[in-house]
Design a protein around this ligand. Structure first.
Ligand code: OVM
Length: 400
C-alpha cells in the first residue's frame, strides 16, 4: 500500500473493506501505523487510527468520539440506519449510561459465573463427541455449534428458529462497513431473519430464568421502558453469537497452526484463560469500529474536523510494536491484557465474561482430551466488513 506523505496529513487510497484487505489485513495495518497517528482514507473520506495509543485514547474519550451517529461507516445524522439504532452500542450518555448499567449488572462476572457448570457440561459433551469423530469442521461442528447451543439457552429463547441467529449477526457486522458486495449478500434474506429476531425479544418469548427476562425485571424496577428492554434483548442476539463463533474459530486456527503453543497450554492448564486473550490479540474476531467526532480535535499535529468518521483498527492496535514485543508471534505465555478486541472505556464489551466463559469451557475440555490438532485441508475464510474468521477449518484431532 502506498501512502502519500507529501501533504499535510498521511493519505491512503486503500479500501479497508475490499476482499484483498480483509483477506490479509496485516501488511495494511503496518503501513497505516507507520504512516502516522492518523491517516486519511481517500476512497471513503474518513480518518483511520491503527496505533495502540491513538485507538485507546479515542475509545476512552467518548465526549470527542461519539457512538450516537453510529459505529459504522454510515453517519446516522446524514442517512437513515438500516435498523433502529441500538440503545447501548449506538448511544451516548445519558441514554447509554442507563442502558449500560442494566446490562453491566446482568452480565457481571459474578452473575455469569452461575452458568459455569452448564457451559462446562455442554463443552465436555461436545468435545467427547468430536474426539470420537476424530475428523470434523472446526467452524460448523465446534465454533458455531457451541455458542449456538449455550448462549440462546442462557438468554432463554426457544429452540425453534435458532438458525436465524448467525445470519442476523452477519447482517449486523457487515452493516458497519460500506454498502458493498458483502453487505448486499448478508442482506439477501433480511426480512424473515429480522422478523424472527424481533419476535424473540418480547417478555412473553423469554424463559423465566434466563438473562433475557432479567432485562425485563429492570422495567419492573423503573429503570427501562418495556420497548427499551426488548431492544436490549436484540443487542444480546446481535452481539452475542458471531463474535464468539469467530473467536473460537480463530482460537482453533491459532492452536492448529502453532502446535508447540498447544503443547505449552496442555502442560499448563492454568494458561487456558490467558491464552484466549492472546488469541483475541493475535487474530481479533472484531477488527474495527468507527466513532464520529463531536468537535474539532488535534491528533499528533493533524486536525480532525467536527462530525467526521474515524475508523479504529482494534486489530492493528493489537499488533503495534510500540505496545507489544514480537507482536506477530502467537505466544500463550504472553500478558495479552490491554488488547483492544473488547474495546475499552464506557463502551468496552459488556458481554466479555460470557465470551471468556465459553472459551474456558471449550479449551478446558480440549486441553483434557486432545494431544494435538492437525489441519487436513486448506481453511477457508469467511469475509465480513467487521469480523475476521473462517468459513471452514477441516481438523483432525489426536486424543490423549
Ligand atoms: C447491539 C450490538 C450489535 C453488534 C455489536 C455490539 C459489539 C452491539 O445491537 O447493541 O457490540
Amino acid at each position: 500500500m502506498s501512502i502519500d506523505m507529501t501533504v499535510d496529513r498521511p493519505v491512503s487510497t486503500i479500501d479497508p473493506f475490499s476482499h484483498g484487505f480483509l483477506g490479509d489485513p496485516y501488511p495494511h495495518h503496518e503501513a497505516m501505523r507507520e504512516a502516522g497517528p492518523v491517516v486519511w482514507l481517500e476512497p471513503y473520506g474518513i480518518w483511520a487510527m491503527a496505533r495502540h495509543q491513538e485507538v485507546r485514547d479515542a475509545l476512552t474519550d467518548w465526549e470527542t468520539y461519539c457512538s450516537g451517529a453510529g459505529v459504522g461507516l454510515s453517519d446516522f445524522r446524514k442517512e437513515p440506519p438500516w435498523r433502529p439504532p441500538s440503545i447501548i452500542l449506538e448511544a451516548d450518555p445519558p441514554l447509554h449510561t442507563r442502558t449500560r448499567a442494566v446490562l453491566t449488572r446482568i452480565l457481571s462476572p459474578a452473575a455469569i459465573n452461575v452458568l459455569r457448570e452448564t457451559f462446562a457440561r455442554e463443552a465436555d459433551a461436545l468435545i467427547d463427541r468430536l474426539v470420537e469423530q476424530r475428523e470434523f469442521d472446526g467452524v460448523a461442528d465446534l465454533a458455531e455449534a457451541y455458542p449456538l447451543k449455550v448462549f440462546p439457552d442462557a438468554v432463554g429463547i426457544s429452540e425453534q428458529g435458532r438458525e436465524n441467529l448467525m445470519p442476523y449477526g452477519t447482517m449486523v457486522f457487515n452493516s458497519f462497513g460500506p454498502r458493498n458486495d458483502l453487505f448486499d449478500k448478508a442482506m439477501a434474506n433480511a426480512g424473515p431473519v429480522r422478523e424472527w429476531i424481533m419476535s424473540k425479544c418480547s417478555r412473553a418469548a423469554l424463559a423465566p430464568d434466563g438473562l433475557g427476562i432479567k432485562i425485563f425485571h429492570a422495567v419492573d424496577a423503573g429503570e427501562l421502558s418495556e420497548d427499551e428492554a426488548g431492544m436490549l434483548v436484540r443487542s444480546f442476539l446481535s452481539a452475542g453469537i458471531d463474535t464468539t463463533v469467530y473467536g473460537l474459530g480463530n482460537a482453533l486456527y491459532c492452536f492448529a497452526s502453532n502446535p508447540e503453543q498447544w503443547t505449552v497450554l496442555r502442560e499448563n492448564p492454568n494458561l487456558v484463560r490467558g491464552s484466549f486473550e492472546e488469541v483475541l490479540r493475535f487474530e481479533s474476531p472484531v477488527q474495527t469500529f468507527f466513532r464520529t467526532t463531536t468537535k474539532p480535535v488535534d491528533v499528533g499535529g493533524v486536525r480532525i474536523g467536527d462530525g467526521e468518521k474515524v475508523l479504529l483498527f482494534l486489530a492493528a492496535a493489537n499488533r503495534d510494536p510500540r505496545r507489544w514485543e514480537r507482536p506477530d508471534t502467537f505466544d500463550v505465555r504472553r500478558r495479552a491484557a490491554g488488547h483492544m478486541t473488547f474495546g475499552t472505556g464506557i463502551h468496552g464489551c459488556v458481554g466479555q465474561a460470557v465470551a471468556r466463559l465459553e472459551s474456558e469451557a471449550i479449551f478446558g475440555a480440549l486441553a483434557k482430551r486432545v494431544v494435538s490438532f492437525e489441519l487436513t485441508g486448506q481453511p477457508e475464510r469467511r469475509l465480513n466488513n467487521t469480523l475476521r474468521g473462517f468459513d471452514t477449518l477441516p481438523l483432525r484431532i489426536k486424543a490423549a
